[in-house]
Design a protein around this ligand. Structure first.
Ligand code: DX5
Ligand code: ZN
Length: 233
């Protein structure tokens, strides 16, 4: 049995963009829990990826939640488009929004689950007045913009501090806010990251970088190895 305290969210950024629907079906059949969908605008981050049209195109290929990570500025105009495109979880960077409370409300108003994303150097004080508006918090363990970067070790301490705040909130209100981590998550560090308090693990290159054509079970193997590590956490 896999340990459902922990959720794996493969990032499509490292998938084969010419075969996205197939990649989504394949990775979910291999045991992925969520699909992480990175939206970059060549303005907030120095890279350009995909938008709501591509989100809508993959939607029919899976019942798994689609986790849209917005690395765009401004954020508000595009949120309703992603809600319509079938996104389940939507997060944005507080530095990219002029009105954080309003952006969070826009996501929930559309029926989505709302999250804030923290860059490695973004202070946690952005959590101060919005806890009631949050369904999840995403901590970046690399600087946003590219797949395949190394996990920044200081994230472990920040995860623990965030976990403590979320636990205190749960004690007070009975409401659980999920803690997600994104960047450089691999088989050899996922257990330590889980021990620091993360529950949802984005992994791009670790999963989609596994050999494809040669081994049709590559995703199953790497996901099983990640889960085995999580079971030890
Ligand atoms: C980076 C993206 C990540 C990226 C992670 O800006 O937000 O989701 O795909 O890739 P890996 O797992 O390769 O670090
Ligand atoms: Zn991401």
């Amino acid at each position: 049995m896999s340990d459902r305290r922990f959720l794996l969210a493969p990032s499509l950024l490292s998938a084969d963009f010419a075969r996205l629907g197939e990649e989504v079906r394949h990775v979910v059949a291999s045991g992925a829990d969520w699909i992480h969908f990175d939206v970059m605008d060549n303005h907030y981050v120095p890279n350009l990826t995909v938008g709501p049209l591509v989100c809508a195109a993959i939607r029919p290929h899976t019942a798994a939640p689609i986790d849209v990570h917005l690395m765009v500025k401004p954020v508000d105009r595009i949120i309703p488009d992603f809600v319509k495109a079938g996104a389940n979880f939507i997060s944005f960077h507080p530095e990219a929004s002029e009105h954080i409370d309003r952006s969070l409300a826009l996501i929930r108003d559309g029926g989505g689950r709302a999250g804030l994303v923290f860059n490695p150097a973004t202070p946690l004080h952005y959590l101060d007045h919005v806890m009631e508006r949050l369904d999840f918090v995403l901590l970046m363990s690399v600087n946003p913009g590219f797949g395949g970067q190394s996990f920044i070790p200081a994230t472990l301490e920040k995860l623990a501090a965030t976990r403590a705040r979320l636990d205190a909130h749960e004690e007070k209100t009975g409401r659980h806010i999920l803690l997600e981590v994104d960047g450089g998550v691999k088989v050899d560090n996922i257990a330590a990251i889980a021990r620091a308090g993360a529950e949802v693990f984005v992994a791009g290159s670790a999963i989609f970088g596994a050999a494809r054509a040669e081994d049709p079970h590559a995703y199953t193997h790497v996901i099983a190895r990640l889960r085995a590590e999580l079971a030890r956490a």
